[in-house]
Ligand binder design. Structure first.
Ligand SMILES: N[C@@H](CCC(=O)N[C@@H](CS)C(=O)NCC(=O)O)C(=O)O
Length: 195
């Protein structure tokens, strides 16, 4: 059986939301673990097999998956019937993969650097910056409701997640804030709450 190592109010919350969207909460065992929190509370949990004690972490028998984009891809490939991913052969597969990996490699990183007011020419050469990342979202979301078109997908769930967590600190154009609101108006978000 698949096991998700999860800490409430963390990056693993979006994975629990995804399990609800996929309608597979009965097929994945959720183990709640503790993590050290930025406010100094919490400790690394010896029961969490992630090599750095982080969440989310997914195990599938002897195999394991870490990093959210990989976990999202693994789960949407494994449970395709909800239509939250785009399978091999789908005309949107390339765009689906691109948004997941762009989230992990570019959006989250440039958002953290902007938050910390770190400006580096070398980083900019490779990743551009947070404003450029917002342009990539705006150019798509000003034309369509979701990243892949008319339908909500796991790419929206992942890419919208940091904006939903930090609504006051992440500046966004209207197209992006309206999309984040759409992504939050879901039964999966209501089911998981702050957990
Ligand atoms: N790049 C990882 C980041 C995971 C991560 O940093 N998770 C935080 C919770 S939001 C954590 O586990 N922190 C505890 C620690 O760093 O020890 C991912 O996207 O999965």
């Amino acid at each position: 059986m698949l096991t998700l190592y999860h800490a409430p109010k963390s990056r693993s919350t979006a994975v629990v939301q995804l399990l609800h969207e996929l309608n597979v909460t009965d097929q994945v065992s959720i183990k709640t673990v503790t993590i050290p929190r930025p406010d100094g509370s919490g400790v690394s949990d010896p029961g969490n097999p992630h090599p750095e004690g982080k969440v989310p972490y997914l195990t599938d028998g002897e195999d394991f998956i870490r990093e959210r984009a990989a976990i999202f891809l693994y789960l949407t490939d494994r449970f395709p019937s909800a239509g939250m991913g785009r399978p091999v052969g789908d005309p949107m597969r390339g765009r689906y993969l691109s948004w997941l990996v762009w989230y992990q490699g570019v959006l989250e990183t440039t958002a953290i650097l902007a938050w910390e007011k770190i400006d580096s020419a070398a980083v900019k050469d490779s990743l551009r910056d947070y404003d450029t990342a917002l342009q990539r979202l705006d150019e798509v979301l000003s034309k369509q409701p979701y990243l892949l078109g008319a339908e909500f997908s796991a790419a929206d769930l992942l890419c919208a997640s940091p904006f939903a967590w930090f609504p006051d600190t992440m500046k966004t154009p209207p197209s992006v804030s309206e999309w984040v609101n759409r992504c939050q108006d879901r039964d999966s978000v209501r089911a998981v709450g702050a957990g």
